[in-house]
Design a protein around this ligand. Sequence first.
Ligand code: GTR
Length: 334
Amino acid sequence: MLLGLSSAALAGRAALSVAAAASGEATKTLVGSETVLTAADVHVDGYPTVEAVRWMGEVIHRETGGRLGIRVYHSGQLGRETDAINLARFGALDIARVNIAALNNAFPLTDILALPYVFDSTAHMRRALDGAPGREVLKAFEARGLVGLAFYDSGTRCFYNHVRPVVEPADLKGLKIRVPPSDIFVGLARALGANPTPLSYGEVFSALQTRLIDGAENNWTTFYTSRQFEVARHWAMSEHSYSPEALLMSKQRLDSLPAADRELILATALKSVPYMRERWDRREAESRAAVEKDGVKVTDVDRKAFQQAAAPMLEAHLKDTDLNRLYREIRALA
Ligand code: GTR
């Protein structure tokens, strides 16, 4: 093993050079850059996270007179989110845009952002992420080789499946539900009576199509852009988690840059947040409209029953002092 990199990380590194060679378009727009930062995202081109990081790259490119830029590898070209996190930690990837769920197991403080029914609304979540709780979680990444640049929205996650409408947690009983590889999501699905099946994002569509799983949970925009709506036709408005996106940079790489470039990257990442939110709000509404028009059946759930079923696992996590304090800080912003 080279420099402690796992075989998955090494595979990701190989993918990095293949993708670099294949990406003619990105190369064209960055001619003249001396330093090109590589960024990974599992989402398709045009997804709000991909657009936000690309916008960041354009601003940085302009501000440095073409000296510094960002090349975004979208659609999971560089592999799974867990691989991207490790690649960035060891400096083989510069920027990883991943969901908080992919970070839960390695960074326990992030649990607070994924736990069920912590936020009341998008406005509440944004207040918390823009305030002290958000800053504290971003800071926590530095302990393991990463710099937390920013949080992006990810809407609210809801359950969907191809078997039956879900109104009560009891309707999830026995359903094989894909969850991201996070103990929080595994625990939550189990607490609600489902059979949790952790899979990486890239595997979900075909797992639904081949009936390996009965359903999954995610936000409207992902449900639409991943085309999972074509195979899972029952959507339940459980809104059980807001689990936002994290934009992370390799600490090793950031530290290697001149101070002015470091400042520019940090400041531009923060400026990309309102840019992303505006796009997010639009895409989320458009995605919902598109899948409903296509015939996906949306049911309102018994929210109280969902909250009650999730309460014991939430409380178990709140026994941790740091999570408990963050929870109270976040609830005070409701
Ligand atoms: C999406 C998120 C992705 C990925 C995916 C998943 O909402 O934007 O980064 O984590 O969920 O469930 O794997």
